[in-house]
Design a protein around this ligand. Structure first.
Ligand code: K1U
Ligand code: ZN
Length: 178
């Protein structure tokens, strides 16, 4: 049984700061941070997480795309840990999807984002990597990268009337009646 790792909630200052670069991507502090983030992401049922969400203001994020109730066609991927990620380029196309956030419980918002993104990052061995992400993984990346910039998804919602409570989202968007 792992110790419980709490999630920072909207309103906490750590979520509105620009996170600091990790000086040593393969060092013991960042490796331990990545382990804690993986535990927190899995415990709380996320498809991604960023270090500020466990109250560490460092530029580390994880994306873990998998098919789920909301995105049944999402690709199944092993978790990808990215240290000091940078965006190289965006695709020109946008689409909108309903997002949630572990730090904004109970809310869903319709967020327009670029459909693809090319990124550069360091892995936990310190090696520089590049990746081209499309679809759901690209969306998770942009959501997590925003956390490193101190931005939460409600700021990205284009129309305020597209912010719903979780219950209303389930009723209206998913057509579930509970
Ligand atoms: O950063 C986070 O808070 C994790 C967040 C990632 C995310 C979800 C949806 C779109 C973009 C980014 C979540 O995992 S929210 C948790 C959740 O309820 C969920 C799980 C699977 C799909 C969608 C939402
Ligand atoms: Zn989030």
């Amino acid at each position: 049984m792992h110790e419980h790792i709490g999630i920072a909630l909207r309103g906490e200052k750590v979520l509105s700061l620009r996170a600091e670069a990790a000086e040593d991507p393969s060092g013991p502090l960042i490796r331990q941070l990545a382990k804690d983030m993986l535990i927190a992401m899995k415990t709380h049922g996320g498809v991604g997480i960023a270090a500020p969400q466990i109250r560490v203001s460092k530029r580390v994020l994880i994306i873990h795309s998998k098919p789920n109730e909301r995105y049944p066609d999402a690709p199944e991927m092993e978790p990808v840990i990215m240290v000091n990620p940078e965006i190289i380029s965006y695709s020109e196309c946008f689409d909108s999807m309903w997002e949630g956030c572990l730090s904004v419980p109970g809310l869903r918002g319709l967020v327009p984002r670029q459909t693809g993104v090319s990124v550069r990052y360091h892995d936990l061995t310190g090696k520089e990597q590049e990746a081209c992400l499309q679809g759901f993984p690209a969306r998770i990346f942009q959501h997590e990268f925003d956390h490193l910039e101190g931005i939460l998804f409600p700021l990205r919602v284009a129309d305020c009337s597209d912010i719903y409570s979780e219950n209303e989202y389930r009723r209206r968007i998913q057509g579930l009646h509970d």
